[in-house]
Design a protein around this ligand. Structure first.
Ligand SMILES: [Zn+2]
Ligand SMILES: [Zn+2]
Length: 120
């Protein structure tokens, strides 16, 4: 696939693995692997509706059991999951997903993370 020149090189996915009941795993072009468990991914939904919930002090409601029905690519720059409850308005850009990677390496590199052991 060809990425737009505006994308940083490490925000281009080389492979996307969707486990509809558990997690979405993205392997980036630089070899980094990010795994997003479904509840965390759903709570990170960047759509206007979910943002409004958060700014009103509420959490978006998660379907139980939570699963992904489908994942569509949003052009070259992101993906749109369809959740089991029909929610499909969140467009997750690759840059957003890469920035949200919670693997040990990224957690260690980002000392602003809440639970970073080196942070303060
Ligand atoms: Zn949403
Ligand atoms: Zn990472």
């Amino acid at each position: 696939m060809t990425a737009p020149a505006t994308l940083p090189p490490d925000s281009t996915p080389a492979a996307i693995d969707v486990d509809r009941l558990r997690a979405v795993t993205i392997t980036w072009e630089d070899g980094h692997v990010s795994r997003f468990d479904l509840p965390a991914l759903r709570l990170a939904c960047p759509c206007a509706g979910c943002m409004a919930e958060w700014s009103a002090g509420r959490e978006p409601r998660l379907a139980a059991p939570l699963s992904i029905v489908d994942v569509r690519l949003a052009g070259a720059w992101g993906m749109t999951p369809t959740w089991v409850d029909g929610h499909d308005t969140g467009i997750y850009s690759w840059a957003y997903l890469r920035a949200g990677c919670e693997c040990a390496d990224c957690a260690a590199a980002d000392c602003t993370a809440v639970d970073c052991p080196a942070g303060d």
